[in-house]
Design a protein around this ligand. Structure first.
Ligand code: HEC
Ligand code: HEC
Length: 358
């Protein structure tokens, strides 16, 4: 028994050792095989049209209609939803800036900075996630939308005040009646959240990576393909999976750190939990203060700097290296980091036109 364990440990550690150096050995240069591998890991392309979008994201609780989506769009840009009428959702989640604000920490009502120094995540593809916020504390975009409206450092409103404000605007009084015609109280805080959530479901992006997954072998270049291979092989995919390449689960960060490579001439892959590889400004510690965070979405990652929950890291290449080291215990060489970066470029996308105006 002991021997089995010992040899198992030895082969595991050898495997880990080889992984660091010989990653390229596992790389598959054939585009079709690579696509099939990516699909088998659960990566998926974003729906191209409204019908496919509905199939993916429609719920009984909040059925999608184009009228509701248009109402939600108007609300997303509505500054009257904030106490001093100055801030809309779109102030921090700018659609022209990758769905975020390019700041390390969010700035809200009266210039108040997020007390935990939290970075604004992108709203693009956020609706694909299984939970929302850095610590995954709510389950969907409908629930999420109630947060910023009431938060004192974002829009600083109360549900009653939001409803009162909108009731006094004729457009909203009419539209809510039309869109939520079966409700006793069409203009309610819940329906405000539902309309905004419906709109957010249309903020999905498609890019070259989607075209590659859909069958176009030349949609991404060879370097990006190598990056994708490494991403799959080295284990980024274990956490950054699903259509958004993230948002499916929560994990600890930092998870692991290799503390000793060679001791007494024997390779020792020893992992231990570690401190953040940056000053954790704002001291946010995630779910239950256990350093448990929602796995970030990687779509449009080139456009959403700075990185991590407190926006501590400006360089994407540095963020990639940190992840490899602290979540996987692997040190990437420069070429490998560059290849993953090239793969990330292919995750840049354009908002899909779901034709909600007709
Ligand atoms: C002051 C800037 C600011 C405003 C205004 C704002 N947000 Fe955010 N948003 C943030 C920050 C910061 C977070 C992360 C907060 C956290 O995790 O606790 C966030 C998180 C989110 C998320 C979750 C994304 C994810 O990946 O977890 C969504 C969705 C979202 N906001 C949508 C909205 C909507 C809809 C509105 C308007 C009702 C809005 N935001 C208003 C800054 C802002
Ligand atoms: C064990 C799970 C896990 C693995 C494996 C993992 N990540 Fe992450 N990743 C996370 C979590 C959790 C976060 C958010 C951490 C935070 O901000 O506190 C994150 C954040 C990121 C970010 C920053 C996102 C942003 O918007 O700020 C990048 C870039 C990233 N990961 C790339 C990678 C790459 C590349 C790999 C493989 C080398 C990888 N990750 C492996 C869990 C993981």
């Amino acid at each position: 028994m002991k021997i089995i364990f010992a040899s198992l440990f030895l082969s595991l550690s050898l495997f880990a050792f080889q992984k660091d150096i010989f990653i390229s050995k596992f790389i598959d240069y054939n585009s079709t095989n690579l696509r099939n591998l990516a699909l088998s890991f659960g990566l998926k392309s974003v729906p191209k049209n409204y019908k496919a979008l509905k199939k993916l994201l429609d719920t009984k609780e909040n059925p999608l209609t184009k009228e509701k989506i248009r109402l939600g769009r108007r609300l997303f840009f509505e500054t009257n939803l904030s106490k001093d009428n100055s801030i809309a959702c779109s102030s921090c989640h700018m659609l022209t800036e990758g769905g975020d604000d390019n700041k390390a920490a969010a700035v809200g009502f009266k210039g108040r900075i997020n007390p935990h120094h939290l970075n604004t995540p992108t709203v693009f593809n956020a609706a694909l996630q299984k939970s929302e916020f850095w610590d995954g504390r709510v389950k969907n975009v409908e629930e999420q939308a109630g947060g910023p409206l009431q938060s004192s450092f974002e829009m600083d409103m109360t549900p009653e005040l939001v409803v009162k404000r909108l009731k006094s605007v004729e457009y909203y009084a009419d539209q809510f009646k039309k869109v939520f015609k079966n409700d006793k109280k069409p203009l309610s805080f819940k329906n405000i959240r539902y309309a905004i959530g419906a709109y957010e479901k249309t903020l999905l992006t498609r890019g070259n990576f989607d075209r590659f997954l859909d069958g176009n072998n030349s949609a991404i270049n060879k370097k990006a393909k190598m990056g994708l291979s490494i991403f799959l092989d080295v284990g980024c995919i274990r956490c950054h999976n699903g259509m958004a390449l993230g948002g499916e689960m929560l994990t600890r960060f930092p998870l692991k750190q290799k503390v000793a490579e060679i001791s007494n001439g024997v390779y020792q892959p020893v992992f231990s939990s570690a401190r953040f590889p940056f000053k954790n400004r704002g001291n946010f510690l995630g779910k239950d203060k256990m350093q448990i965070f929602k796995v970030s979405i990687l779509r449009n990652i080139l456009k959403t700097a700075p990185y991590f929950h407190n926006g501590a890291i400006k360089s994407l290449k540095k963020a990639i290296d940190i992840m490899a080291k602290y979540e996987l215990g692997v040190t990437l060489n420069k070429v490998q980091t560059d290849e993953i970066y090239e793969f990330f470029k292919s995750l840049n996308g354009e908002l899909v036109d779901y034709k909600i105006d007709n």
